[in-house]
Design a protein around this ligand. Sequence first.
Ligand code: IMP
Ligand code: MG
Length: 175
Amino acid sequence: MADIRVLITAEEIAAALERMGRQISDDYRGKELLVVGVLKGAFMVMADLARQIDIPVEFDFMAVSSYGASTQTSGVVRILKDLDEEIQGRHVLIVEDIIDSGLTLNYLLKSLRVRKPESLEVAALLVKQGIQRVELDVRYVGFEIGPEFVVGYGLDYAGKYRNLPYVGVLESATV
Ligand code: IMP
Ligand code: MG
């Protein structure tokens, strides 16, 4: 079994998503918003954030793969599933689980910008401070965390731990 130290509790996550949902609702009131979740990691954030947004909104998903079972980013991003929706002229909000080097998000932003959305912003539950290799403007941030590798609440290590209701630091993985 792995040792996991709780970093952010389920209650703290819920409070952050409530705050983010309120900001998003206020900022986009009167506009048509398309919220785009980045799979797989953002599935849990999407489900809970969606319920904190009280304006009419549509949802879509993209799936990307930045690295396999490793805990370090390779900088290579593959789009495994593209959007179903056209985004030209639309207000688009990308929802990410975590921004580490920023390479994944940077690549996504570039490939979506050429489709000429009316606006393109980012919401991330977690932003790792101090190690971003790409300067990114993330409009909605849940928590800024240190450089530790975290799991839970959608985040995986080698495909596991996404189902934890909290965010924790993997201290050792012996299984
Ligand atoms: P970036 O391209 O380095 O910003 O990495 C972004 C992606 O790497 C995220 O969407 C996650 O899937 C994954 N990732 C980065 N840091 C962590 C972590 O601490 N735990 C789990 N996954 C992570
Ligand atoms: Mg991942």
